[in-house]
Design a binder for this molecule. Structure first.
Ligand code: ZN
Ligand code: ZN
Ligand code: FE
Length: 746
């Protein structure tokens, strides 16, 4: 007889791991115990050596589908004579190394019970089991046990408790286990806060209101959605007006794949993503228009499937899909509490569906786009956060990386992993800065994480950089600043486990450069210690600074001034409608006199200029709009490109724009422009001659561009790496910051 001790780390709690161990140990006749502690799972089993070895094989082979084992320590010890196999109480002390699981979509077994009239949870919107349900959004502290969740205020009825305690039951230790007798309940409120109905009646009433074209705020897993009939133009337009949201697309929740396929054309890969337990919003080609205001002027629609029992109940009763957009004031964090919803969302909605299971932390829906056959996160949040990104190397310190300003996520990193926060959003106002601060303290507390080092962006005016400065002073820990595009490249290297030097192509809207100008068209030779700016797009002026970021016409005009000087006036008049001579005159003065006209090498802005010159868009109503419009007009059968010149370390776009301006085949211009960028990448890659090439930055959300670059570079033997774990946009910056190792400054 021998004793085997196994310590597992990873995503091993809240996934049915202990009952699984219990069953295997029982079947093999082994004695001992299994328990959850803050480090993961600890197991001791006693028996014959051969049985212990078989136990190990099955532990790894048959583990529950949602479990991820990151490390296991094994130790064979003398036996101590256990009499039985038991599941012991969780232990809470020690460093928090265990992974908190993300929220997981309702599983098929629960779904079946949900719609089974004889089941005791028939139509109960909080049904869940060990394999599904909320996790990250209900946990207050580790280990993940019911008293440490927002379910602690509900005491289980006899039936639920029996399931919870029975290792053979599929709800054994399902922490949010509940039923209509003992668990949370929904209520429907008027926008004034008056209760209209409760429970099943409330759900019925909600469905009726939605069917009548009403706008309803519905409390979900990580916050509130605003919902309305996605085929009812009047309702959708009303929602836009109330939210003051002009054109930024709304996501649409469909009952099932069948319903979705009436309106969209998902590929097999997109179908798999839609059905995955993470249930992200997936950007999919439209087939037939929903209400025209859902995603105006776009080729794709953000589509997703129900992921909570509540969504399933609502959509099943309706004959149409629902707009399901984050419930928030524009640009503010998503609303998660009932009181907050009444205060902030009432002006937008006619009714509110609330419930009494508290959301501990907000978590927006994730967004995924398939780019070059790879599911690429555009927003990594619910369903993914806070699963760690595994590194192939250890970090020397415990690091807090605060991320950028737009689409913010932050990260904590130690040993061989980095945990990225949920999506925090744009940190450009006070309430978002507060939400950011709250989220940082929340994650630090959850993991009992004491940072030894804080990392931020180099931009002096990012709120997150200022916050990091204060934090480092208060804690007496060092602060390190990382250049924006270098962080983009590092994030791509880290998630792909690259150890060698790379050529990083980091293209985005703008980021602060080492020389104080706004970068965004960068070719960096990089490793984890340092980088050099090998090549970049020739800088141009952004007339009006921030305003040029929102007004493509200002970039186009700047380009025209650069090419033609004062002679540009005629071309401006011909190309960009709606500008008076006076305005052009003023812009020229600003441009030539360098009045609030910072230099930028941004490829994102070049997309804006092209969209403006094509008359597609002169003023953006959301970030990235112009680039998406060009992407939507890409035609894979067009192979020509425009000329460009490499002059020293700069890529000169003057020949490109000259050719573009005289191109009579207007409908081919977007494709030819994108092809040109791919050829520029190839030329630089040849010059640099480094085998591994990383593509990052917001511009790399452009699917045809990434596909073209990959195709061209791979054809010449380069290895091209893109994102699959974190977003190419600024949502991935925090990972890059966390893995930067400038040893001198430590
Ligand atoms: Zn389930
Ligand atoms: Zn119950
Ligand atoms: Fe960026």
């Amino acid at each position: 007889m021998e004793r085997l001790r196994v310590r597992l780390k990873g995503a091993v709690q809240g996934v049915g791991f202990r009952p699984f161990v219990y069953r295997v140990a029982r079947e093999l006749g082994l004695k001992g115990f299994v328990l959850n502690d803050s480090g993961g799972v600890e197991i001791e089993v006693e028996g014959e050596r051969s049985k212990l070895e078989e136990f190990l094989v099955r532990l790894n082979r048959d583990k529950p589908p949602l479990a991820h084992i990151y490390s296991q320590d094994l130790e064979f010890l003398p036996s101590v004579g256990y009499e039985d196999f038991e599941i012991k109480e969780s232990r809470g002390e020690g460093e928090r190394e265990v992974s908190v699981l993300p929220d997981i979509a309702t599983c098929d077994k629960c779904l079946k019970e949900l719609f089974e009239p004889n089941d005791r949870r028939y139509m109960y919107p909080f049904i869940n089991c060990t394999n599904c349900g909320p996790r990250f959004t209900i946990v207050e502290a580790l280990p993940y046990d019911r008293p440490n969740t927002s379910m602690k205020k509900f005491s289980m009825c006899k039936e639920c408790l029996r399931e919870y305690r029975d290792p053979m039951d599929r709800r054994f230790h399902a922490q949010p286990n509940a039923c209509p007798v003992c668990g949370p309940q929904v209520r429907l409120l008027s926008s004034k806060g008056k209760e209209i109905a409760r429970g099943r009646e409330a759900l019925k009433a909600l469905v009726e209101k939605l069917a009548k074209g009403r706008i309803c705020a519905v409390k979900g897993i990580g916050g509130f959605h605003l919902m309305c009939n996605a085929t009812d133009e009047e309702a959708v337009r009303e929602l836009r007006e109330r939210k003051r949201r002009q054109e930024k697309p709304f996501a649409v929740m469909f009952k099932d794949l069948g319903q979705m396929k009436e309106f969209a054309l998902p590929t097999k890969l997109e179908e798999a993503l839609l059905l995955s337990p993470e249930r992200p919003i997936v950007l999919i080609d439209k087939k037939k228009e929903l209400a025209p205001s859902v995603a105006p002027g776009l080729k794709k629609v953000g589509a997703f499937l129900p992921y909570s029992p509540l969504h399933h109940i609502i959509l099943r009763e309706l004959s149409f899909p629902l707009v399901a957009t984050s419930g928030n004031l524009s640009n503010e964090p998503i609303v998660k509490d009932n009181d907050e919803a009444l205060e902030k969302l009432s002006p937008f909605c006619d009714y509110l569906l609330v419930h009494n299971r508290d959301i501990v932390r907000r978590c927006d829906d994730s967004v995924v786009k398939v780019i070059a056959k790879i599911p690429t996160p555009i927003r990594r949040s619910r369903g993914y956060a806070p699963l760690p990104i595994k590194l192939g190397f250890p970090l020397e310190k415990r690091i807090l990386a605060v991320g950028g300003m737009l689409k913010n996520t932050f990260a904590i990193g130690s040993q061989e992993r980095v945990i990225l926060s949920q999506h925090v959003g744009d940190i450009n106002n006070l309430s978002n800065l507060e939400a950011f601060e709250e989220a940082v303290h929340d994650l630090l507390k959850l993991y009992q994480f004491e940072p030894q080092l804080v990392v931020c962006d180099m931009h002096p005016r990012y709120e997150t950089s200022r916050w990091a400065q204060d934090f480092s002073r208060q804690r007496g820990i060092p602060l390190i600043k990382v250049q924006h595009h270098y962080a983009h490249v590092l994030s791509c290297m880290a998630e792909n486990g690259i150890k060698e030097k790379v050529l990083g192509i980091a293209w985005d809207g703008t980021g602060y450069g080492e020389d104080g100008t706004l970068w965004g068209g960068e070719f960096l030779i990089a490793d984890y210690q340092s980088y050099i700016r090998a090549y970049h797009i020739k800088p141009f002026k952004l007339i009006g600074g921030e305003r040029a970021v929102k007004e493509p016409k200002r970039v186009a005009i700047s380009i025209l001034f650069h090419i033609y000087g004062k002679d540009a006036f005629g071309v401006v008049e011909e190309r960009i409608k709606g500008l008076s001579e006076k305005e052009v005159e003023l812009l020229y003065k600003a441009w030539s006199g360098n009045v609030n006209s910072p230099l930028s090498s941004s490829v994102g802005r070049l997309f804006d200029a092209v969209a403006s010159l094509l008359g597609l868009k002169q003023v953006l109503s959301y970030e990235g709009q112009a680039a998406i419009m060009l992407e939507d007009r890409f035609d894979g059968s067009v192979n020509e490109a425009y000329p460009f010149e490499i002059e020293g370390r700069q890529i000169n776009w003057v020949p490109t724009f000259l050719a573009l301006l005289s191109d009579k085949e207007v409908e081919k211009i977007p494709s030819r422009f994108i092809n040109t960028l791919a050829r520029i990448s190839l030329s630089v890659a040849r010059e640099v001659g480094i085998q591994k090439v990383c593509l990052s930055g917001g511009v790399m959300q452009n699917a045809p561009l990434v596909e073209k670059i990959k195709e061209r570079l791979q054809a010449e033997g380069f290895e091209v790496y893109t994102h699959r774990s974190v977003p190419p946009n600024d949502g991935g910056i925090s990972l890059g910051q966390a893995v930067y190792r400038n040893v001198q400054s430590l």
